[in-house]
Design a protein around this ligand. Structure first.
Ligand code: NOJ
Length: 742
């Protein structure tokens, strides 16, 4: 027999539907949710604010006994890491059929760059500068994850990151706030689509709020301290863009910010996020970050931690069981009000409602759809295109009369040497969902499929990270007897992502030594670097004639790199993070300040004794097999008033002998302002395809709105005066003009 509460829920849904039909959807939803909340006990309410992970055993996912008991008693609102339609159904059934209030669970997972089909690492894909592609990737990831029964991804990770020692640079879109904001919004649109209720979409979760990418010394879980100006102008912008794009949830970060850990930070979670930005969704902690307020030293015990978190505006507790253990008592003691609890529960239930889970808690659960969607051709085709567009060609010297790349398909023999040459697992990169190594096409396989007639031999040479030289001799002998060597170097997947900070971001293990001995043979060498962060490869850059930065490209890594190597795809990727010359140069990013003593030949200027200030490869950098020339950069006016548009135009010609794609970049510098301003700031870009010989004028529009910053009184304004305008192929190689804002 159905319980009275169940029948009541149906009645509420019906009245919500009637309200919808009468043209007032929010009123109906609100009536439904308010009535539901009024029926719930305090324990059930805090249950909705509680999330646990599902565990894994050899035979598949499982819940620990106590979580199952908690679930049955209505003390759980969400489960994450529970995968597959059958398993999700079994848990949803408990929530909907065995608990008193029958409230469906929301199922989360870290779909960071794919659920089963693994797309390039987010940092890699960001190098495409192709927002349509990025949005489509997110939509496909949502489709595949939703087909496995999931309704919530803990992505996009939009933390601006300028310190590649931090392993999580792999998960974001690099160093620039303007570009990072566009990527953040594209991903939210991709995941959530137009209708969160569609079984093809999932709720997105922007993270890690806030400024997690600025952890001191690039060390994971470390502290952040920065000016409010820097925070607002750089670090907050992508989260704000995600909120403007309608993201339904936000995750707190592990770090403290100016002494207040995010999970207890009311200024961030309530004042900025909700009151300034109008965020309507719910806030979830990062994994046990509420409990960690005790380690941070701002809470004496977990009860105080829960109090700080709820007061800050945190709605859901991930895995720590801090809320469920302490909030009921805090309410009984009068320290937390019933209204505070109801608000948090409302926000969570609202997203469940928008996902359609109250209409049909099983709507995502269709075994046939799961079978048809996962690893479908639609997924792998797009994964291949995304991988091609992610690759950045760093170097391509001319040897004899021709550039080393692209390689001829008529080549007789190739040696593929290096630990990542035939590697499946590491191509998946960090945070690879439930992607499986067996589904990955390796570089070696990609090359063999491309040129079946050629003799292709593979030698590992050395492992990724251990000091084992036993493979060197064979590597050298195979290199010597081949026409060309492809060196497959880089990081293991475990060397980037969470808890993977590195104090030295050079090639791990003996890889540099292996590379140098192969280079010493005098054979033509193409180095392919596969990593989740920029590596310090100055020596390789000096000696290898060609370098392809392929990142970790996921399931279709091999075919994509082979397409680049043999010219079936003309590389178009451009770096979204600067490549430091060595680890000591970090942080190095294009939008640094000029300082009072800009570097010059003088000793007492801002510089190093041993290296230039410029990075090895700058932001926006990436070569093509064709050659683009820039000319005729101009503005349509020499002066503009506030609010008046300025048109900037520049000519780009494909002067080479191949069709290609170029990312035309626009930067601005405010020459004199009330506070110091970056030497350059990205203000626009256009990704254009040009046939050989074709020429195009690209135009950008700027107004005083694009020139705003936080002035010395923290007002967000544009100030009159002189501005420089730059357009070009990367942050360093630009043409220059200017205008005056009156
Ligand atoms: C910790 C990570 O910081 C976060 O990004 C992730 O979403 C959660 N764990 C859940 O897996």
């Amino acid at each position: 027999m159905k319980s009275a509460a169940y029948i009541f829920t149906l009645f509420l849904l019906l009245s919500a539907a009637c309200a919808r039909n009468s043209g007032d959807p929010d009123a109906g939803m609100n009536r439904f949710l308010d009535s539901l909340i009024s029926q719930m006990t305090l324990e059930e309410k805090v249950g909705q604010m509680t999330q646990y992970t599902s565990n894994w055993v050899v035979t598949g996912p499982t819940l620990s006994d106590n979580v199952e008991e908690e679930l049955k008693s209505g003390r759980v609102g969400s489960i994450f890491n529970a995968l597959t339609v059958n398993y999700v159904r079994s848990l949803q059934k408990i929530a909907v059929e065995e608990t008193r209030m029958h409230i469906p669970l929301i199922f989360g997972f870290d779909v960071i760059h794919g659920y089963k089909t693994i797309f390039p690492l987010p940092l890699a894909e960001a190098c495409s500068w192709d927002l349509d592609l990025i949005e489509k990737t997110a939509a496909l990831q949502a489709k595949e994850a939703a087909a496995a029964g999931l309704n919530w991804t803990f992505n996009p990770m939009v933390d601006i990151a300028r310190d590649p020692r931090w392993g999580r640079v792999a998960e974001g879109a690099g160093e620039d706030p303007y570009y990072g904001s566009l990527v953040a919004a594209a991903k939210v649109r991709g995941y959530q689509g137009d209708d969160l209720g569609s079984p093809q979409t999932v709720l997105a979760c922007v993270k890690h709020f806030a400024a997690y990418g600025a952890v001191e010394a690039g060390r994971e879980y470390n502290s952040v301290d920065m000016s409010e100006r820097m925070l607002r102008e750089v670090y907050l912008r992508p989260y704000h863009a995600a909120v403007d794009a309608g993201v339904g949830s936000v995750m707190t970060s592990f770090n403290d910010l100016d002494g207040i850990p995010s999970t207890a930070n009311k200024w961030l979670m309530t004042d900025i996020l909700r009151n300034e930005w109008g965020f309507k969704g719910f806030v979830v902690t990062d994994y046990t970050s509420m409990n960690e307020l005790v380690n941070h030293g701002i809470a004496a015990d977990e009860k105080e931690a829960a109090l700080l978190a709820i007061k800050a505006g945190v709605d859901m507790d991930m895995q720590g069981a801090d809320y469920i253990h302490n909030l009921p008592d805090l309410v009984k003691e009068g320290k937390v009000s019933g209204t505070e609890i109801d608000k948090a529960v409302y926000r969570i239930l609202r997203e469940k409602y928008l996902l359609g889970l109250f209409d049909d808690p099983y709507r995502y659960l269709d075994n046939q759809r799961e079978k048809n969607t996962i690893r479908s051709k639609e997924m792998t085709d797009h994964a291949l295109q995304s991988a091609r567009e992610s690759v950045v060609l760093l170097k391509n010297d001319t040897v004899g009369r021709k550039p080393v790349l692209p390689l001829s398909k008529n080549i007789k023999s190739i040696a593929v040497i290096g630990p990542l040459g035939d590697d499946q697992a590491d191509m998946l990169g960090s945070w690879h969902g439930s992607g499986e190594a067996k589904d990955v096409v390796t570089l070696l396989q990609g090359i063999k499929e491309k040129i079946p007639e050629t003799k292709v031999r593979y030698v590992q040479g050395c492992p990724v990270a251990e000091n084992d030289r036993s493979g060197f001799a064979e590597a050298l002998s195979v290199a010597k007897s081949s026409d060309i060597v492809i060196l497959a170097l880089g990081e293991g997947a475990w060397q980037n992502g969470e808890a993977a900070s590195r104090s030295d971001i050079g090639l791990p293990g003996l890889q540099s030594e292996l590379a140098e001995s192969i280079l010493a043979t005098g054979k033509p060498v193409v180095a392919v670097i596969m990593a989740g962060r920029p590596l310090t490869i100055s020596r390789l850059a000096d000696h290898a004639p060609a370098i392809v930065n392929a990142w970790q490209l996921g399931t279709m890594a091999g075919p994509a790199i082979a397409d680049i190597l043999f010219g079936d795809y003309n590389p178009s990727g451009k770096l979204v993070i600067s490549f430091p010359r060595n680890t000591g140069q970090i942080p190095v990013y294009y939008s640094m300040k000029t300082t009072g003593r800009p570097a010059s030949g003088q000793k007492y200027t801002s510089k190093y004794l041993d290296i230039p200030n410029s990075p090895l490869y700058p932001f926006g950098y990436g070569l093509s097999y064709t050659r683009f020339t820039y000319s005729d950069l101009k503005t349509d006016k020499s002066e503009i008033g506030f609010g008046e548009p300025l048109t900037v135009s520049v000519n780009i010609k494909n002067a080479g002998d191949r069709d290609g794609v170029e990312v035309v970049q626009l930067y601005v510098r405010d020459v004199v302002a009330s506070v110091t301003r970056p030497a350059k700031e990205l203000k626009g870009f256009e990704r254009i395809a040009l046939k050989t010989g074709e020429e195009k004028t690209v135009t950008f529009t700027l107004t005083s709105d694009n020139l705003r910053f936080y002035d010395k009184d923290m007002k967000y304004v544009a100030e009159p005066g002189e501005f420089k305008v730059f357009a070009g192929r990367n942050a360093e190689d630009v043409l220059e003009t200017g205008f005056v804002l009156k």
